[in-house]
Ligand binder design. Structure first.
Ligand SMILES: O=C(O)CCC(=O)C(=O)O
Length: 385
């Protein structure tokens, strides 16, 4: 995050996006390939013959993971377990993969209203960044997705929109109705298996322009000085395709032995003065396997000249629809794809609007990160205990 990340400082893993060049980006726009991917929390064996059918919907896409090109598989969809309130299945998936994707969790119209409120406020404060109605209509031609909460076409060159530091926007009723909705409280309480949770009053509301992205990080670096029982919910405001800068998650990185040294070193490090880039493991997702190898072996090999096989990083992403939510654990390595929606056609980008909300149980047994001042419970009530 960046710009004003926690409640006290300008910080956190990823707001002030770094930029990729149009040239790099144009070579990377998602080209789906059919490929096998798991679709639920069952073991490989249990899935058996059903898998062939499930495979037909899975794809691998090429993505700009910051400044580096990677491939990513489709996130597993836990929507059925959510609808059944099957907490055992949800927790099993979360514990194994470090994330949950729940489609249609929030009312679509509420999310689009929140998007409209955010963009209206931003356009008032940064009018120079936004395309005219005429320019926007040009972009919409032939692409229905632009209308999934339109109004988000940026002028060429627009950057650093600065929504993170505009907390009065995050506090608008239409936005809080989404970011502090009962469904999110229910999800956090169920995943964290506790009676009551609270959420940070500060919200990481982001408007990400063309070429921008959030680097590879874990939230522990930014929010890990309290309880480890803290989760994030990533809420796209509108349709966010991979090329718009969707969330990218390294599935299983919170438990994988390949990531163990990174968790122990980077994962316990302190964020530096800038509070953003200093909290990133790297700005290039394609570098992660090399970083994991270096950290595990010290010399990058076995000391006898044989390089170890590169660790596998199971990057996951998807095209998000309004109402979808992704929950993440505090030690799950993640980032956002670069927003490369500007590469085709006019050079104008679609702004990616999204919000990260943080959750932890209420009570003395769950210490708070001192960098985060204000917390709220259900109904917007301040939590002092
Ligand atoms: O949306 C982004 O760019 C990054 C999100 C993130 O890092 C988070 O939710 O913790």
């Amino acid at each position: 995050m960046r710009e004003g990340a926690t409640t006290t400082t300008d910080d956190e893993g990823g707001g002030r996006a770094r930029r990729v060049s149009d040239d790099e980006a144009s070579r990377s726009i998602a080209t789906p390939r059919r490929k096998r991917a798991k679709t639920d929390a069952r073991s490989e064996d249990d899935r058996g013959e059903e898998e062939d059918e499930e495979d037909s919907d899975d794809a691998v896409v090429h993505v700009m993971g910051g400044v580096g090109r990677i491939t990513a598989k489709t996130m597993l969809d836990s929507s059925d377990a959510w609808r059944a309130r099957d907490w055992n299945a949800l927790r099993a998936t979360f514990d194994r993969d470090g994330y949950l994707l729940i489609r249609g969790m929030l009312p679509r119209e509420d999310v689009l209203a929140a998007r409209a409120a955010a963009l209206r406020a931003l356009a008032e404060e940064r009018p120079e960044c936004f395309a005219t109605d005429e320019e926007e209509e040009e972009e919409e031609e032939g692409d229905a997705s632009w209308r999934d909460g339109g109004g988000g076409v940026l002028r060429e060159g627009a950057a650093d929109l600065g929504l993170l530091s505009r907390q009065h926007v995050a506090a608008l009723p239409a936005i809080r109705a989404v970011t502090e909705s009962d469904a999110l409280f229910d999800l956090a309480e169920g995943v964290l298996q506790c009676e009551r949770v609270m959420t940070t009053a500060y919200k990481w509301l982001r408007a990400v322009a063309g070429g921008e992205f959030t680097g590879v990080h874990t939230d522990k670096v930014f929010l890990g000085r309290g309880t480890s029982r803290l989760i994030t919910t990533w809420i796209p405001f509108g349709a966010v395709k991979t090329e718009d800068g969707a969330l990218l998650v390294a599935a299983g990185s919170h438990v994988s032995s390949d990531f163990e040294r990174v968790r122990e070193t980077y994962g316990t490090s302190t964020v530096g003065g800038d509070g953003t880039v200093s909290g990133w493991l790297t700005n290039d997702a394609s570098e992660v396997p090399r970083i994991l190898t270096r950290r595990d072996r010290g010399d990058g090999g076995d000391g006898e000249g044989t390089p170890p096989p590169p660790p596998v990083v199971d990057w996951r992403t998807t095209d998000f629809e309004p109402g979808d939510v992704c929950a993440l654990g505090i030690e799950t390595t993640h980032m956002s794809a670069a927003n490369v929606s500007n590469v085709r056609g006019s050079g104008r980008a679609r702004v990616r609007v999204s919000c990260d909300a943080r959750w932890q149980p209420i009570g003395e047994a769950f210490p708070r990160d001192p960098r985060v001042r204000d917390w709220r419970g259900r109904g917007g009530v301040a939590v002092d205990e």
